[in-house]
Design a binder for this molecule. Structure first.
Ligand code: ADP
Ligand code: MG
Length: 223
């Protein structure tokens, strides 16, 4: 419809995929509950960022997403909020110990930033978040994961594998997966299989791990 096109044009947003949810221009339209809306407001956010306006309703509709927007545009919250809602929608939260939401990040710095961002919103639901990455004690991370389990886990791939091998956690309950900074992640090794230009390789890989994804990009990045 015309209004949707106009909103996307104003945000320099490009969207592809079938049956894509409409963008929401305010937090009130996301369908979030009071608890989450209150924390968002408490953090002084007055309006969703461009990527949030489109990615949140698409994620809330249960679709896979390939999201591309420049650094600092609020991509973390764009996946954390729908992840929290998804977890709260699970009926049998008590069963199992491994995470329901799993976020892979290419570096420890990024994993720790995502952890901080996730924690500030997860608190309102009493959900537990943990982060695992190299350069820190495996034993401490093991202990953090073991007792009682967690609902959200952020980590670098290598350390996540270590934790699974140590039986500190498992991925049996994971039903919401995020590959943050996927371009850098694939750069760590797996992209060697592909031959075209770098962004193309990332696009191909991203399409392999998603099902009928909605692709959302803001500005000319990754066009
Ligand atoms: P990206 O992952 O796209 O680089 P981040 O998720 O790290 O960006 O967000 C950058 C900053 O913007 C963070 O400090 C975050 O708390 C803040 N932020 C996220 N969403 C909003 C919003 N809707 N309004 C204001 N600030 C926001
Ligand atoms: Mg980010």
């Amino acid at each position: 419809d015309e209004r949707v096109k106009e909103i996307r044009r104003e945000l320099d947003m490009h969207v592809s995929g079938a049956d894509v949810a409409k963008p929401c221009i305010s937090f009130a339209h996301f369908g979030f509950d009071e608890a989450l809306l209150n924390v968002i407001i408490k953090h002084g956010y007055s309006e969703p960022t461009g990527i949030q306006k489109q990615a949140v309703p698409v994620a809330m509709s249960g679709r896979d997403i390939i999201g591309i927007a420049k650094t600092g545009s609020g991509k973390t919250a764009a996946f954390i909020w729908p992840m929290l809602i998804h977890i709260m929608d699970q009926e049998e939260l008590q069963k199992g110990e491994g995470p329901i939401g799993l976020i892979l990040a290419p570096t420890r710095e990024l994993a720790s930033q995502i952890y901080t961002e996730a924690k500030k919103f997860a608190k309102s639901y009493g959900l537990r978040v943990a982060a695992v990455y190299g350069g820190a004690s495996k034993m401490d991370q093991f202990k953090e994961l073991r007792p009682g389990g967690i609902e959200i886990l952020v980590g670098t791939p290598g350390r996540l594998i270590d934790m699974v091998k140590m039986k500190a956690t498992n991925f049996r309950r994971v039903s919401f997966l995020v590959l943050d900074e996927a371009d850098r992640m694939f750069d760590l090794g797996f992209a060697l299989l592909f031959s075209a230009t770098f962004p193309k390789k990332v696009e191909i890989l991203a399409r392999e791990v998603t099902a009928e994804p909605v692709r959302i990009s803001i500005g000319s990045v990754g066009q």
